[in-house]
Design a protein around this ligand. Structure first.
Ligand code: CA
Length: 214
């Protein structure tokens, strides 16, 4: 009986110890193995994210370049780089301060995309001889003056005077200038003027136009 008990106890201890040894040996190994696999997975996913970000940046650049090429192709299909002409006018009258740039906000033509209806400046896309025409309209019993500017220098003036008549008067000018690429041309209010500049859709427009002669 003692023998049987001892054998049973011995078997039990062996089994218990065996399981205990297995747990001590196997679980940490599994844990480390799993941790290692997870670390590998994180590395792979991290690299994948980096690759995808790079792909995304390249695709954005490709799309941007494609749209620019399409845009320039669209413009060049209609006009060559040498064919430059624009025409814009004020959609309504406005009170301008002295030397304030007229921003001709309604554009009917801009073949080389070189006149900005946001800042009111024409930037010459190519060197050449250019003609400009501009017009200004004075208010009732007032006078006004406009100046054509190139890189901050006055190149022409117009003066519309309806001081003594209950009417609006218009004055215009046309000039021809030799310009370099990237010259800035614009129209501003002169010093000898009331603030109001008239522009009426149904009557007369205050406008600015230019084109390359050769
Ligand atoms: Ca424009």
């Amino acid at each position: 009986m003692h023998c049987i008990s001892l054998i049973f106890i011995s078997c039990f201890l062996n089994i218990a110890l065996g399981e205990s040894v297995d747990e001590d040996n196997v679980r940490p190994e599994n844990f480390e193995e799993r941790l290692s696999r997870l670390e590998e997975l994180v590395d792979i996913q991290s690299q994948t994210i980096t690759d995808l970000r790079e792909d995304n940046t390249n695709l954005r650049e490709t799309c941007l370049n494609s749209s620019l090429v399409m845009e320039s192709h669209h413009i060049s299909k209609r006009y060559s780089n040498e064919q430059v002409a624009f025409y814009a006018y004020l959609s309504q009258g406005k009170c301008f301060s002295e030397h304030e740039t007229f921003i001709f906000n309604t554009e009917l033509l801009d073949s080389a995309n070189s006149y900005s209806t946001h800042v009111g400046v024409f930037i010459t896309p190519v060197t050449g001889v250019y003609a400009f025409s501009f017009n200004v309209v004075s208010a009732w019993l007032e006078h006004t003056q406009a100046e054509l500017m190139v890189n901050g220098h006055v190149k022409a003036r117009v003066f519309a005077d309806s001081d003594t008549v209950k009417d609006v008067h218009t004055a215009s000018n046309t000039v021809v200038l030799a310009l370099q690429i990237n010259d800035h041309v614009y129209v501003r209010r002169g010093s000898n003027a009331f603030c109001t500049v008239v522009s009426l859709e149904t009557a007369q427009w205050t406008y600015f136009a230019g084109w390359r002669v050769f």
